[in-house]
Every structure is written in structure tokens, then in C-alpha cells.
Design a protein around this ligand. Sequence first.
Ligand code: PLP
Length: 415
Amino acid sequence: MTAPHTSTPTVFDVQRIRADFPLLARSVHGKPLVYLDNANTSQKPVSVIEAVNTHYREHNANVSRAVHQLGEEATAAYEGSRDKLARFINATSRNEVILTSGTTQAINLVAYSYALPRLKPGDAILTTVMEHHANIVPWQLVAARSGATVKAAPIDERGELIVEKYIEMLTPEVKLACVTHVSNVLGTVNPVREIARECKKRGIALLVDGSQAVPHRPVDVQALGCDFYAITGHKMLGPTGTGALWAKREHLESMPPFFGGGEMIREVRFSGTTFAAPPHKFEAGTPNIAGFVGLAAAIEYYQSMGFEAIHAWEQNLLAYATERLREIPGLRIFGEAKEKEPVISFLLEGAQATDMATLLDLQGIAVRSGHHCAHPLMQFYGVPATLRASLAFYNTREEIDAFIVALLKVRKLLM
Ligand code: PLP
């Protein structure tokens, strides 16, 4: 990855790219929309919208249940999405990719199907202070059932994980270690390879929450060396209700199913049911077929752009936005890690985050305010909430300028 720089890349035609995202052209409260809430959910290109539309218009049927033409087309499209996802994250096999409704379902699957059967009183699960609730609460639920505990590795003021502490906390009672690849609040990129190496040395499986990484950087699960990697589709240009869990085959083979029902069985008898092989063993019921057709189109979109270009543009925007925000008196930025993805959390002295977000919205600026599903992180910084501007490759410097102008107006109103 290249270091952040402030010169404008010349080969990146952002206006052409923006034309692919119809929603970016709308206005809000009579002002041009400036969408800076991409870590919450990204906007969708026409190719994704059209793929979903075409699926319903021309190919709609259930998967794996019908031998008729439409059933075959729907199944091929759904399974094709699994193939694309497997290649996107460099899984060794498509059978290691479980299609889920998002990261939350993916992590819960690991919690109930991998962790719970292995946990006994006195065991522990290690996570970190900077996690989204999706990488905390499932562990608390299974810990409560099994008599295990949840430990959280600390971070420093800059918002970086204290990696030596994390490693020190990988004690023999830890049965599973967890970490986010990129923080949804701070933008911090965690050193997953190093953590994975240390976990492996100790025979501890590692789960990585990749929700905020896959929209910004190429992910290679084999190179990372983790055991589980969870992603959510709607933050990476895809439809809501899509996502995936990648897991090493040996884990999937040892894990019992989490949901029971149609699609996941080999044979059902009242004397006992046998299950399909992974990945279908974990995919009970009718999935979000059209959603995954859209997700396949989202992956194609990323591939057509290439992460090198995306990364250069986004890092440039991040550096510019950070620089502009730092000029505002009384503005505090949360998260100043050396390696960041384009997420900036901040507060203005004397102003409530929600009031500011509401006033910014009136000027067409969409940012998120609140705890960002990261209560422990808010507790660490001693604040109830922050504002968060999160960028995507379709954002522009002009939008950041508009955001700063609006912010200065809001500051005047509230001071
Ligand atoms: N993990 C992180 C880091 C996130 O940012 C989010 C969403 O905000 C999630 C998990 C949960 O994703 P989903 O709600 O799509 O399952």
C-alpha cells in the first residue's frame, strides 16, 4: 500500500465514476447531496441495480430446488456469486465461502457453531476495545452460556491496537481470538498478518471482521493467515442483506450447522438427519438470491476499477479532509493511526454530535453521529458519541470543501 499523499491523482476520472451512481446526483433539502456515510452503507452503481432488476425480470426462481430452466439460471447466478466472492478474497476453494446476510450473521455463525461447542468454564475469547458490537456481543452471549469470559485488548490514544498487549493476552485459556481488520470508527488498519502469526504459534483460531476493509483494499485471506473472515455486502457496493463468512475447510467440516431447515440437508428422517457438505450445510432456507446477483456485479465493479486506483484516490481524499478538519479550532479527531482507511471521527468542542449531524443534513451533508455500535470505544475516549465522515472512491475534494464550509456554518450557529 502506498503512503498517503496530497497531490491529486490524474488518471482517476471521478466524474465518470460518479455517473455510475445515480443516487449521488440527487439533492437533499434543496442542496446537492454530499454523501459521507459510506462506512454505514455505500451507494450502489447502476450495474448492481440493473443486475438485481434483471434477475427479477428475467431469471427469478428458487435455487437448488427446480430442474426447470429458470431454477437452473437462478442457481447458476447464486453459485456464480460464491465463485466471484471466493476469488475476490482469494479463498482456496468456493466451498469455504458461506453466503450470509452480512457480517453480523457470519460472526454469529462462528459464535454458535465454532466457539460454543468448544468453550468450557474458565475459557476465554479475546477481542479488542475498538470492535463493532457485532464482534463483541455474540462472544458475550456464548460466553454466558458456557461459563467462558470475553477479554478485550487495549488501544492507545491514537486509536491503534497495542499489539504487544494483544499478543500477551493470547493465553492458553483463549479458544478464539478476534479483531477487526479496519475500525469502523477510527479507520485504523490492524496488523492482521502479525496477529494471525502469533495466534497460529499458540494454536488459537483467529476471526477477522473485514466489513470495513473489503470496500477499500484487496483482501487475500490466505496471505492474512486467519481462520475466519467476515464481510458484509452493502458496504461494498452490494445490496443489503448480503455478506459472507470465509472459513478454513477444516473448521467448516468440524462445525455443526447453526440454522436447520431446507437446503442444508442430505437426508431427513425422524431417526436422524444427515447434512449437506459445507458450504450448504450452513445455508438453511431460501437465501437472498437477487441480492447475491447484485453482489457479484459489485465485485465486478471493484475489479474493473482496481484497488490501486481506489486506494490512491481515497488516501488522497483522507489526507485532504484530515488537513482541512485540523484547521477548525476546537475540533478533535478520534483516530490518528499511522495506517488508516478513509474514516474520520470527530467532535467540535461544546457541540452535540447529533445536533451537528442534523444541521449538516440541512445543508445536504450526510454524516453519521452516534456511538457507531462501538460503546466500549466511546467509553475509552470518554464521549457518548462522535460525528463520522466516511469516504468512498466516488467522493471528491469539492465535496470535502462543501462539508468544511457547512461545518464552519454549523460551528457559528452552535457557538
Ligand atoms: N463490523 C463492522 C466493523 C461494521 O462496521 C459493521 C457495520 O457497521 C458490522 C460489523 C455489522 O455489519 P452488518 O450490520 O452489515 O452485519
